[in-house]
Write a protein that binds this ligand. Structure first.
Ligand code: SAM
Length: 253
C-alpha cells in the first residue's frame, strides 16, 4: 500500500494517516486556554499524582550537576515545571510541542513562575525532532504519544536524541483492569467528560476524541514491544490507579 493511502485512528474514526496531525492540532488549538483547568476537573486532580510518579522516576540531580530534559508533547509545561521543582540549579528543560497555542500558555506560566531561565519552549514534531543525536539526559512524554500519528517514528527519534545511559519515560492512559471500575470508568469517560468539555471549553467533540483515543492506544505490553523495537533496553511499565494510566520506561544503553 502506498504510504499516502494508509489510514489510522482519530479516536474511533479511521482517517488518512496524513490527516491525523491536522485533526489533533485542531483539538489542542480549541482547548489550549482551558487545558489545565480541564485536566484537574476530568481527573479530580489525579493527573498531578500521576505526573509526580513520573518525576520521581526521572529523579533529576538535586545538586549543580548539568542535566537536560526534553519533554515532548509538553504542551503547557506541566512536566517541566514539576521536574524543575524536584531538581537542582544545573537542570534545564526543553518543552517541545507541535501546537503554538499550547506553547504560548506554557510560556506565560513559565514567566509567572519565574522559570524562563530553566524552561524553554520549542515548536516541533515528535516524529522529526530538530535536536542533534545524543543531546539529552532524559526524554519524557506525558499524555502525548497517543496523539502522534506515527508512534514508531516518535520512539525512534526519542532514542536518537538521548545520550547513552539515559532514560525514556512515557506516561499515558492505559487499560482499566479492575472489575467494576472498568464500567464506571467507561460511563465517566463517554457520558461525563464530553459534557464537561462542552461546559468548560464549549467543545464536546475534542473531549470525545480524547476519550476515544485512549481506547485505541495499544495495550501496555504491546506498547512496551514498540519501545523495545526502537532500540530501548530494560523496558518496563507500572500501572497506576487500577490501570487508568501506565508509566513506561526504557533505557538507551
Ligand atoms: N504533556 C502535557 C501534559 O501532560 O499536560 C500535554 C499533553 S496534551 C494531552 C498532548 C499534547 O501533544 C498537545 O499539547 C499536542 O499539541 C501535543 N502533540 C500532538 N501531536 C504532537 C506531535 N506530533 N509532536 C509534538 N507534540 C504533539
Amino acid at each position: 500500500m502506498d504510504r499516502t493511502d494508509q489510514t489510522t485512528h482519530f479516536g474511533f474514526r479511521d482517517v488518512p494517516l496524513s490527516d491525523k496531525q491536522t485533526l489533533v492540532n485542531d483539538v489542542f488549538h480549541s482547548v489550549a486556554q482551558r487545558y489545565d483547568l480541564m485536566n484537574d476537573l476530568m481527573s479530580a486532580g489525579l493527573h498531578r499524582a500521576w505526573k509526580d510518579v513520573m518525576i520521581n522516576a526521572l529523579n533529576p540531580p538535586r545538586d549543580e550537576r548539568l542535566f537536560s530534559l526534553l519533554d515532548v508533547a509538553g504542551g503547557t509545561g506541566d512536566i517541566a515545571f514539576r521536574a524543575v521543582r524536584a531538581a537542582g540549579p544545573g537542570f534545564q528543560a526543553t518543552v517541545c510541542d507541535i501546537n503554538p497555542d499550547m506553547l504560548s500558555v506554557g510560556r506565560e506560566r513559565a514567566v509567572a513562575r519565574h522559570l524562563e531561565h530553566q524552561v524553554s519552549f520549542v515548536e516541533g514534531n515528535a516524529e522529526a525532532l530538530a535536536f542533534p543525536d545524543r543531546s539529552f539526559d532524559a526524554y519524557t512524554i506525558a499524555f502525548g504519544i497517543r496523539n502522534v500519528p506515527r508512534i514508531d517514528l516518535a520512539l525512534t527519534e526519542a532514542f536518537r536524541v538521548l545520550k547513552p545511559g539515559s532514560r525514556f519515560l512515557c506516561l499515558e492512559f492505559s487499560t482499566v483492569d479492575v472489575p467494576g471500575l472498568d464500567r464506571l470508568y467507561d460511563m465517566f469517560s463517554f457520558k461525563v467528560i464530553p459534557q464537561l468539555g462542552q461546559a468548560v471549553t464549549g467543545d464536546a467533540e475534542s473531549y470525545q476524541y480524547l476519550v476515544e483515543s485512549i481506547r485505541k492506544f495499544p495495550k501496555p505490553n504491546v506498547f512496551a514491544e514498540m519501545i523495545r523495537a526502537a532500540g530501548f533496553l530494560r523496558v518496563s511499565h507500572q500501572t497506576l490507579s487500577g490501570g487508568i494510566v501506565a508509566l513506561h520506561s526504557g533505557w538507551r544503553l
